[in-house]
Write a protein that binds this ligand. Structure first.
Ligand code: DC
Length: 229
């Protein structure tokens, strides 16, 4: 069974995916991690800089994702661990540099094709939850259950501001709101795989819901919608 979770920045996709995976004992993948991992590898191992990352060659992308070196390990307890050349690179993927790098390579069509193929491969023969901006609209548009999580801009900005604080960066609420709005526009207006509400997706606005209530809500929707559950 495949469950997808799409939604904008700060909508709680990854928290919901982890919570749902734990409750249902499903595998779980945060697709942003794949984009981040590829950006990190190109920056650290292939000599690219943030300025020239947008023109990464097909050959370098292919080598960076070579299955002999690049491994995405997941369990039902953990949404992902990325190994490159036997090194666990997971802890490096949340930095601002990698975050910006990921958003640069995310508009490369070859990168999207390779990472879409990889996501489909990882999900094969598994009970699987995929979280990301194009999980139900592109990667698994035939998923058994699709969710679109969202929340009001102010609430998403508050969550974004807290996340930055946890990473050691203090930003004002107004600045957080501006950045989240900019990301929304970039995600919705980009040419390849723009953020949309996937067809048949169940929309959950979690502005006033706790994380547990969001997952409870999702589980009751899955029970209603899927006969195999
Ligand atoms: O969700 P995140 O912040 O970890 O994503 C990192 C970057 O990768 C972000 O700029 C959007 C991009 N991304 C994407 O384009 N498609 C996905 N399915 C997941 C992430």
């Amino acid at each position: 069974m495949i469950i997808t979770i799409d939604g904008p920045t700060g909508s709680g996709k990854s928290t919901a995916a982890r919570g749902l995976a734990e409750r249902l004992n499903f595998y779980c993948l945060s697709s942003g991690f794949l984009y981040r991992a590829l950006a990190y590898i190109l920056l650290k191992h292939f000599g690219y800089t943030k300025e020239d990352l947008y023109k990464a060659s097909k050959n370098d992308i292919q080598q960076a994702l070579d299955p002999k070196k690049f491994k995405y390990e997941m369990s039902t307890k953990n949404c992902g661990l990325v190994i490159f050349s036997k090194e666990n690179i997971t802890s490096f993927l949340k930095s601002e540099e990698v975050s910006q790098g990921a958003s640069i390579i995310a508009i490369n069509k070859f990168v999207r094709q390779k990472l879409t193929d990889l996501q489909r491969e990882l999900a094969k023969n598994k009970n699987f939850i995929l979280e990301g901006r194009d999980s139900g609209s592109v990667v698994f548009n035939d998923a058994d259950v699709k969710f679109y999580l969202t929340a009001e801009l102010g609430e998403r900005a508050k969550r974004w501001q807290n996340l930055q604080k946890m990473r050691g960066e203090e930003i004002s609420f107004e600045e957080a709101k501006k950045q989240v709005k900019e990301r929304d526009t970039r995600d919705q207006e980009r040419e390849v795989s723009p953020l949309i509400i996937p067809e048949h997706a169940i929309i959950i606005d979690n502005t006033y819901l706790t994380q547990t209530e969001t997952v409870d809500n999702m589980i009751s929707s899955i029970k209603k919608q899927s006969t195999s559950f």
